[in-house]
Design a protein around this ligand. Structure first.
Ligand code: SF4
Ligand code: SF4
Length: 166
């Protein structure tokens, strides 16, 4: 199995630097609880960057009740309900979500099935420089690299890890 490393810090640099390209999204599953498509980037952000606020202002502000918490306190979004108003992006005190995170009726050609080798190659090729790459790495906590699932590593400054170091 091939392994990819997605670097959320590079995605954030791209977003903050006014990256003018439409960012491709890798799809990993369509579990019923997500009520539709689930992108790799979204799952990685809610897994590692989100601080799982007890009162979750993002959930409260959503006008469509598209956000909820799962049994582990992780935020999940119903893609069928979300209207991409981005109120949740604005209200999050930690800047967890990226401003290009949600778009209404996104161009389907931007989605890639990561279980298909050909699509995976294309996804890597079209992604912003440094954001996605094939890797031989294993997880290395000291480098803030985490295994999201077999074959997919994520690099980010995990708030949970930082909290444990202080
Ligand atoms: S407000 Fe931000 S950090 Fe808090 S639960 Fe929502 S997305 Fe996560
Ligand atoms: S962008 Fe979607 S999930 Fe976020 S507040 Fe608006 S409708 Fe809700």
């Amino acid at each position: 199995m091939r392994t990819i490393l997605i670097d959320l810090t590079k995605y954030r640099e791209c977003e903050q630097g006014g990256c003018d390209m439409k960012v491709p999204e890798g799809l990993i599953s369509q579990p019923p609880e997500t009520n539709g498509l689930k992108s790799l980037r979204e799952l990685a952000v809610f897994t590692y960057a989100c601080r799982r606020c007890e009162d979750a202002p993002c959930v409260e502000v959503c006008p469509e009740e598209a956000l909820d918490k799962d049994s582990n306190g992780m935020i999940i979004r119903s893609t069928h309900l979300c209207v991409a108003c981005k109120s949740c992006v604005t209200i999050c005190p930690f800047g967890t979500m990226m401003s290009d995170f949600y778009e209404y009726k996104r161009d389907e050609s931007l989605y890639y099935n990561l279980h298909d080798d050909q699509q995976l190659d294309e996804f890597i090729k079209r992604s912003p420089e440094g954001t996605v790459q094939l890797t031989d790495e294993n997880t290395k906590d000291q480098d803030n690299i985490f295994e999201l699932m077999p074959g997919i590593l994520v690099k980010d400054h995990s708030w949970e890890k930082l909290k444990n170091l202080t």
